[in-house]
Design a protein around this ligand. Sequence first.
Ligand code: HPA
Ligand code: ZN
Length: 334
Amino acid sequence: MNTIELIQILPKAELHLHIEGTFEPELMFEIAKRNGIDLPHDSVESLKDTYEFENLQEFLDIYYQGVNVLQTEQDFYDLTWAYLQRAKADNVVHTEIMYDPQSHTERGIDFEIAINGIHRALSDAQSQLGISSFLILSLLRHLSEEECLATLEQAKAHMDKFDAIGLDSSELGNPPEKFINLYAMADEMKLLKVAHAGEEGPAEYVWSAIDQLNIDRIDHGNRCLEDDKLVDYIIKKDLTLTVCPLSNLKLCVVDDLKQHPIKVMLDKGLNATVNSDDPAYFGGYVNDNFNAITEALELSEQDIVQLVKNSFTGSFLPESHIQEHLKAIDKILA
Ligand code: HPA
Ligand code: ZN
């Protein structure tokens, strides 16, 4: 079996995925048409031509434009269902997806619309595709803490539909400590907690996400490698990093996949995982990410198996489910 076949055959979990970032141009045009929205591009190709980014903010500006097309509960269902089918093709059996409630409520879409559409697709994925999932309500860090607190307050009526909070959008200038009260409120609500940290932001942001927000998992975390004490601390705390190789390449977090730090992370003993982040914009879903780093970094079969196992041990699944998934992997390998 070659590595491409190995990557395909292994069941895996995806832990870092923005559902709005799975909005493929073809579906965007289809939904825009049915909603009577004029896109500023006349073809899928000319839209795709704009997907060249020098940094996170250039991407976010385009990503928020795409989001505007989503209007109805069915739109959110269709978006989520398309991702889940694509994930199924990559043998994803569990996914923990983020969505940005504020990028919808801020433009006048009721809170219920997005969460109900996404939730319905996730329920159908469990029954029809055998994919389990958790939903992470991700707050926009370029907004004020007061606005994020108000959104979390609104979310209280939907506690049955989500499991964790996250923090995304423009990292530089919006450090974790801006959101201490928000994460304290999440604690009171017994939610799990993740945050993007160390994608563009410095190692200090990873420290404060851990110590001041008390997060259960780190989204990206690349820049922790600039601080040996921090690396030791992350290992001691047994925190998983949700690493996104093609995203890092597209957003110029790394210049070349051959310099991608994921192999270094593994060698240092960090629980790194492979994820697709915003696959419609970054050129690939989770298996594409695995294949790209396997080629660029000449990963061994053992590295690949470790990364796939980390996706389960780093998930928020109950321990018994994690053990079942790990056993299933060992059985396939045997
Ligand atoms: N980084 C930060 N915020 C985001 C991203 C990302 O890659 N995708 C969607 N929101
Ligand atoms: Zn992300």
